[in-house]
Write a protein that binds this ligand. Structure first.
Ligand SMILES: Cc1cc2nc3c(=O)[nH]c(=O)nc-3n(C[C@H](O)[C@H](O)[C@H](O)COP(=O)(O)OP(=O)(O)OC[C@H]3O[C@@H](n4cnc5c(N)ncnc54)[C@H](O)[C@@H]3O)c2cc1C
Ligand SMILES: NC(=O)c1ccc[n+]([C@@H]2O[C@H](COP(=O)([O-])OP(=O)(O)OC[C@H]3O[C@@H](n4cnc5c(N)ncnc54)[C@H](OP(=O)(O)O)[C@@H]3O)[C@@H](O)[C@H]2O)c1
Ligand SMILES: Cc1cc2nc3c(=O)[nH]c(=O)nc-3n(C[C@H](O)[C@H](O)[C@H](O)COP(=O)(O)O)c2cc1C
Length: 597
């Protein structure tokens, strides 16, 4: 965090978010009348602000700040976590790089900032000139929604865009490179203007046309493996964690990384670069009557045979809005064109569910004439992230993963997830897969080894907690460890049961509570077990325990969050608002962290 320029109410002051935001707004208003301090430097000051959950926006913001500094601009890099929006009232230039989560919401860490910004009577930001880079994924219904909302709110508060908002889908490189180049150009132009002109509002916004700007230079040979230059990690262990007669399959895979120079901490994730099923690729080639040897241009890969592009580079197993609308206009297909109308969003969403490229080609055959048309239509195949389930101290030179295999039947065909079925069906011990570490700085064990921790991780949510437990044993941490685990059935789906039982027996795992949802008539979930232990959980909370949640973002994490609020209300005697403030203070103090997907 950087120092705030205006006086503000500290995060731990006894006010609820609304009161705090109002008071901060009041202080910012007063401050705006204060005499202007003499400017010590001629450099243009720019706040580079990011809202990130898994580090992408943060990484880009760091790169931008570095680039602006090299261009002679005083770029101040700041997370929106704990950032007081009143501070914006004292900034003249800001750039925001933000991702979207949940149902079009801000990343967890940026939510208090946005809530405060949206408080009625927040002072106008008439002196602020800004630009927003919104990160998202168009597979989600609310694409880049937080970036859009933030942009709209800043504009409504009187701030001026010096650049139109740019939205980045999973393929970030081209829009990102074009955007950062334009940001630097615009800010350098502003910096070059006479000081008086700089005090005035900036000109009309500039738009960024994605250009074929070359991507970032490749990493030096000595750099650690990355998403662009992953390490071919050999599989050294593979076993099922579920029983053969289970209704689902979860597998444990260990990779050797000792020769890679890669380092990680308990809580990090790893990225796996998958490839598509050869059977699906061959079906597509056959349907389109291509040999697969046609040479095609793929960004970053250059000119490669079509079959290789479909296997390794392009996403063929899920449909997006963009694929359907491009195909619809190529095919002049009445039904598909109707679906792409703005008022048919819900129908399009239903059409996309469970369908892939093969379904689209069957829907309106004959539209694709050239290999280039096909390649142009398809997004890039993206890496899949897996929470690392090992500790680097307990398993040096290894990365362990816990993978739930995605299989389902839809529209009369058995289908599977690209990466999880690759790992289950076509990767064996001794094979290698490209891998890199995806740091998760927002998901860390407490610095104090004596602090108690509570881990809530149903399903594959258990992965980082296995890593935490091994790490805490390796460092001799004395803090108590409490795990809530849930799955479908105790007999078939109790992941890492023997290991956990041993930890309970020797006292390392202070308490283990399980919820097997399908073992009885009524479903029992981890949050039901938490409610049964509400009094004890509240005592741990008051004794300084850190709370961690990992696993399903869409239902479980929301329900667990509600349960924690309910426990604070019932056991702490807090009102709903005060419980919200209490939970927020846990988050602010890194005592409530989530790794949800
Ligand atoms: C930070 C992070 C950590 C993660 N950690 C883990 C982990 O530890 N373990 C783990 O297993 N996963 C984890 N994941 C999820 C993982 O990255 C992949 O998303 C998951 O393995 C699915 O990838 P896939 O390629 O197999 O499936 P994809 O090819 O991506 O297909 C999945 C898609 O298939 C569709 N689908 C799935 N089921 C159905 C259905 N019944 N009907 C219709 N459509 C359906 C949905 O659109 C779904 O999004 C994590 C994700 C993140 C972001
Ligand atoms: N798109 C989908 O329809 C779908 C379906 C399943 C999983 N997933 C995703 O697949 C990933 C991995 O899943 P997973 O294999 O680790 O297991 P999971 O599907 O998360 O299930 C683990 C356990 O959590 C239970 N559960 C379901 N809803 C819950 C809720 N609201 N609160 C608490 N517990 C709940 C499940 O019960 P029951 O299953 O008996 O209800 C099961 O016992 C997750 O990202 C998940 O979001 C997606
Ligand atoms: C659980 C989850 C939910 C997401 N929800 C959305 C969404 O609603 N809209 C969207 O555009 N992108 C969504 N995304 C995609 C992220 O915004 C995107 O991957 C972004 O690049 C992540 O940036 P970050 O690493 O800085 O958080 C979601 C990603 C995950 C894992």
């Amino acid at each position: 965090m950087t120092e705030s320029l205006v006086p503000h109410i500290p995060g731990d002051a006894p006010f609820n978010p609304t009161q705090r935001a109002w008071l901060n707004g009041f202080l910012a208003g007063l401050y705006s009348y204060a005499p202007v301090q003499p400017i010590e430097t001629q450099k243009l000051r720019v706040a580079v602000l990011y809202g990130s959950q898994t580090g992408t926006a943060e990484g880009l913001a760091r790169k931008l700040a570095k680039q602006l500094k090299s261009a002679g601009i005083d770029a101040i890099l700041t997370s929106l976590e704990g950032y007081v929006p009143a501070t914006l009232a004292a900034e003249k230039h800001a750039v925001f790089i933000v991702s979207t989560y949940g149902e079009g919401e801000a990343p967890d860490a940026a939510q208090p900032f946005f809530q405060q910004l949206c408080v009625e009577h927040f002072p106008l930001l008439g002196n602020l000139s800004y630009a927003v880079l919104a990160l998202g994924d168009s597979h989600y219904e609310h694409f880049c929604q937080f970036g859009k909302d933030l942009d709209a709110k800043l504009h409504a508060l009187g701030a001026t865009r010096f650049l139109d908002r740019v939205e980045c889908d999973v393929e970030i490189d081209v829009p990102w490179n074009a955007w950062k180049t334009t940001v630097e150009k615009e800010l350098s132009a502003i910096a070059a203007r006479p000081a008086v002109a700089n005090a005035e509002k900036t000109d009309a916004p500039v738009s960024v046309a994605p250009s074929a700007t070359p991507s970032e230079p490749a990493h030096a040979a000595t750099a650690a493996p990355s998403r662009d230059q992953p390490f071919p990690a050999a599989v050294i262990e593979k076993r099922a964690l579920t029983a053969p007669h289970s209704s689902k399959k979860t597998i444990h895979l260990s990779f050797a990384i000792d020769a890679s120079g890669m380092q990680y901490e308990a809580g990090d994730a790893c990225g796996v670069i998958p490839h598509n099923s050869p059977a699906l690729v061959d079906t597509i080639l056959e349907m389109l009557r291509f040999s697969g040897n046609e040479m095609v241009d793929v960004p970053k890969a250059g000119s490669i045979p079509l079959r290789q592009a479909l296997l390794d580079k392009l996403a063929i197993a899920r449909l997006t809005r963009s694929i359907v609308s491009q195909y619809a206009s190529l095919a002049q297909c009445v039904r598909l064109n109707a679906l792409t109308k703005p008022e048919e969003q819900a129908q399009l969403e239903a059409y996309l569910h469970g369908r892939d490229l093969i379904d689209l080609l069957k829907e309106c055959p004959g539209a694709i004439q050239t290999a280039e048309q096909l390649v142009k239509m398809l997004p890039r195949l993206t890496p899949r992230l897996y929470s690392i389930s090992s500790s680097p101290l307990a398993h040096p030179g290894q990365v362990h993963t816990t993978v739930s295999v995605v299989r389902f039947r839809a529209h009369d065909r058995d289908r599977g997830g690209v990466c999880s079925t690759l790992l289950d069906d076509r990767i064996e011990i001794g094979d290698s897969l490209p891998l890199y570490i995806h740091p998760n700085k927002k998901f860390r064990l407490p610095k104090d080894p004596a602090a108690p921790i509570v881990m809530i991780g149903p399903g594959t949510g258990i992965a980082p907690f296995r890593g935490f437990l091994h790490e805490r044993r390796a460092i001799g941490a004395t803090g108590r460890n409490w795990l809530f685990f849930g799955e479908r059935s105790a007999a078939t789906d109790f992941l890492y049961r023997e290991e956990l039982d041993r930890m309970v027996a020797d006292g390392h795992l202070t308490q283990l509570d399980t919820a097997f949802s399908r073992d009885r008539e009524h479903k029992v979930y981890v949050q039901d077990r938490m409610m049964q232990h509400a009094k004890q959980l509240w005592e741990w909370m008051e004794e300084g325990a850190c709370f961690y949640v990992c696993g399903d973002a869409f239902r479980m994490a929301k329900d667990v969050d509600k349960t924690l609020h309910a426990i604070a209300e019932a056991q702490g005697g807090l009102s709903q608002d005060d419980a919200a403030v209490y939970m927020q203070s846990l988050k602010d103090n890194h005592r409530y962290q989530r790794d949800v997907y």
